[in-house]
Design a protein around this ligand. Structure first.
Ligand code: NAD
Length: 334
């Protein structure tokens, strides 16, 4: 099997090269994103491996199919960037890594909450400059606060367990209540109740047509004044202009983001020598109660190891697929 990687970073190359010693696939790593211009680079490959910001549109899939590509291997959990209908029509199978380390994302969620609250990022800079004043660094005890988690899958539940350890009351909302929720101590509730009662709201649901712009002017109006809003899931869960209004009116007092709706033009690249053209993003950066990381919640060595193992196993399963036995691919997205 010949595999071509798009959007490959040095850390991808390191972990995939090591894990591939046990699989012996022929791999080529490209830094370029997959798009309608770069899709031709997949000529001669059986498998295309992509990440979260590769836009796998119908147009791109048509180019891949015409070159004989049979499998699209996502080295991530989310698949909102793939036109699944087009893939199905063109006979390209799609696989993903449904679980690698929920702890990586849950722990990053806590990093955002704790940093926004105790302002350690500002304290670090102050102390470096010999400024030991505490004005402006006031925080609150997490113990006793109410956190509301939207989406109680692997990451939502891992986040709930950590928050319970801090002594928080945890409300949860999902389309269905998971069996573990009550034993963890999560109070399953409605979205409106979660908005009304939570001091901290954290998003852990996938991006779907139903959750697109879930956080908008209407939902923000239902939240407590002074709420902390955290998004480590997908950028388009939030309608950013509404959140900016919420910050300006001081209805939202803290915003922590690891994802951003238009991150495809920004994240994972060093743009420090360029003028950033996204005015909405720059407005977000201008608030001192907004903390943004560039989609790094997954970035732990444990997660990268598991991503590489599962992705290459997915490809091996595809290679061994025998249509006569009607075998299913374990991590196929349909
Ligand atoms: P998961 O599939 O285990 O859980 C998602 C949960 O969301 C499920 O319980 C599902 O029922 C629920 N859900 C679906 N639609 C919903 C809705 N309309 N309202 C409320 N809940 C709904 O997924 P996971 O592993 O917990 O990951 C959650 C999300 O985190 C992923 O979809 C992905 O977008 C994001 N993620 C981000 C990073 C990162 O690096 N920032 C890394 C991995 C995953």
């Amino acid at each position: 099997m010949k595999i071509i990687f798009f959007s490959a970073k040095p850390y991808d190359q390191q972990f995939f090269t090591e894990v591939n010693q046990g699989f012996k696939f022929e791999i080529n790593f490209l830094e370029a994103h997959l798009n309608s211009k770069t899709a031709v680079l997949a000529q001669g490959y059986d498998v295309v491996c992509v990440f979260v910001n590769d836009a796998v549109t119908s147009e791109v899939l048509q180019v891949l199919a015409s070159q004989g590509v049979k499998l699209l291997a996502l080295r991530c959990a989310g698949f909102n960037n793939v036109d699944l209908k087009a893939a199905r029509t063109l006979g390209i199978k799609v696989v993903r890594v449904p679980a690698y380390s929920p702890y990586a994302v849950a722990e990053h969620t806590l990093a955002l909450i704790l940093t926004l609250n105790r302002k350690t990022h500002r304290a670090y800079n102050r102390v470096k400059e010999g400024n030991f004043a505490l004005n402006g660094l006031l925080g609150f005890d997490l113990h006793g606060k109410t956190a509301g988690l939207i989406g109680l899958g692997k990451i939502g539940l891992a986040t709930a367990r950590i928050l319970k350890g801090f002594g928080c009351r945890v409300f949860g909302y999902d389309v269905a209540e998971p069996a573990e929720a009550s034993s963890i101590g999560i109070e399953f509730t409605t979205l409106d109740q979660l908005y009304a009662q939570s001091d901290i709201i954290s998003l852990h649901c996938p991006l779907t047509p139903e959750t697109h712009h879930l956080i908008n002017a209407g939902s923000i109006a239902k939240m407590k004044k002074g709420v902390m809003l955290i998004n480590t899931s997908r950028g388009a869960l939030i309608y950013t202009p509404a959140v900016i209004q919420g910050l300006k009116k001081e209805h939202i007092s803290y915003l922590g983001l690891d994802v951003y709706e238009e991150e495809g033009d920004l994240f994972f690249e060093d743009l420090s020598d360029q003028v950033i053209q996204d005015d909405v993003f720059m407005r977000l950066l201008s608030f001192n109660n907004v903390l943004i990381t560039g989609h790094q919640a997954f970035l732990t060595s444990n997660a990268l190891q598991k991503i590489a193992e599962t992705t290459l196993q997915n490809i091996l399963d595809f290679k061994n697929l025998n249509p006569e036995n009607h075998l299913e691919l374990a991590n196929e997205v349909k």
